[in-house]
Write a protein that binds this ligand. Structure first.
Ligand code: PMV
Length: 326
């Protein structure tokens, strides 16, 4: 702790297989990455974020997380995770902030308590979706959800609106992925609603979701056995299924197609409509070039990001004095 700050960080994540279908209780596999969100809080006279006065009512996650707070706080946030891009920046913010606020109250939360608090903040802000992002950003490493034959440690189970999600630790081998950000911000809620409407109307859409389930189960096995060729093929197949569901877009397809010649496979990741795609590759420089040449922003990420954790120092935010006198 420095100058009364309580600081925590949490990793970003990407969905390797199973986004959207997981909302209906189907399996998914997610991996935390080595890009982090850091949040520091301390008691203050006014609510501020990165040195600016902030009205918490206008920021739904923060409003939820500070609902029982009876004093103002200064907040510092620093994100390596591209914001609003499907890489879990909001879940990582919620997880890190929940931990930092608990520390400020003099309390310690278990990993599961942090996950539940972060998920409730996500649900409050978005109104739909699964606890997948919150679970991955809190646990770190790899996480499998509702897999029929999980072999990692059981983490927790979450139930909501008649659906349930069982989370297990997934020991994924170290792998390199390239994330390509389209730069288009596409909030998760409307994308989830779009798929919901399609599934309500169409038997075909429900069959596509069943196909995503099959691909995800196979992909989980390929991941555990480090079979990058099979995994890549299944990722590309999943991208096609997600495109049929209507959640891809021209920009994502361009980045996926540009990456494929240098990758085992590539797909959109997260809710789609913009945001990011991910390629599994052992030629990251080539994939980065291909993504740049199509107007995207590439990030080379390593798997195995550690979960949410307390940090000794608040982040350095340009232009903000961390030791400002109060
Ligand atoms: O775009 P993201 O990181 O919010 O991922 C959303 C994943 C979905 O399956 C589309 C929704 C969810 O909450 O599971």
């Amino acid at each position: 702790m420095s100058s009364g700050w309580h600081t925590a960080s949490a990793p970003g994540k990407f969905v390797i297989l199973g986004e959207h279908s997981v909302v209906y209780g189907k399996p998914a596999v997610t991996l935390a990455v080595d890009l982090r969100m850091t949040v520091a809080v301390r008691r203050s006279k006014w609510n501020t974020m990165n040195g600016e006065r902030l009205d918490f009512r206008r920021q739904a996650h923060i409003r939820y997380l500070t609902r029982d707070l009876n004093h103002a706080i200064d907040m510092l946030t620093c994100s390596e995770i591209p914001v609003g891009s499907g890489m879990g920046s909001s879940a990582a913010l919620s997880a890190a902030m929940a931990m930092a606020l608990a520390s400020e109250r003099g309390e310690h939360m278990t990993e599961e308590q942090v996950m539940r608090e972060a998920y409730e903040a996500e649900y409050f802000a978005q109104g739909n979706g699964s606890p997948m992002d919150a679970s991955t950003c809190v646990h770190g490493g790899g996480v499998s959800i509702n897999m029929p034959d999980p072999d990692g440690e059981f983490l927790w189970r979450v139930e909501r609106n008649g659906r349930s999600w069982s989370f297990n630790d997934l020991k994924a081998p170290e792998m390199t992925f390239v994330i390509g950000n389209t730069g288009i911000r596409a909030p998760t809620g409307p994308q989830v609603d779009k798929v919901h409407r399609y599934m309500d109307r169409s038997h075909f859409a429900r069959e596509v979701v069943d196909d995503i389930e099959t691909v995800t189960i196979e992909g989980g096995k390929a991941l555990r056995s480090n079979d990058v060729e099979a995994l890549g093929r299944l990722m590309t197949q999943d991208h096609k299924l997600l495109s049929i569901l209507g959640v891809s877009c021209d920009e994502l397809n361009r980045l996926v197609n540009a990456s494929l010649p240098y990758s085992y496979g590539a797909k959109l990741t997260g809710s789609g409509g913009g945001g990011c795609m991910v390629a599994l590759t052992d030629r990251p420089e080539k994939v980065c070039e291909a993504i740049k040449s199509r107007g995207g922003t590439p990030y080379v990420v390593r798997t195995g990001g550690r979960g949410a954790t307390m940090e000794p120092e608040p982040p350095k935010v340009p232009g903000v004095r961390r030791r400002a006198s109060r």
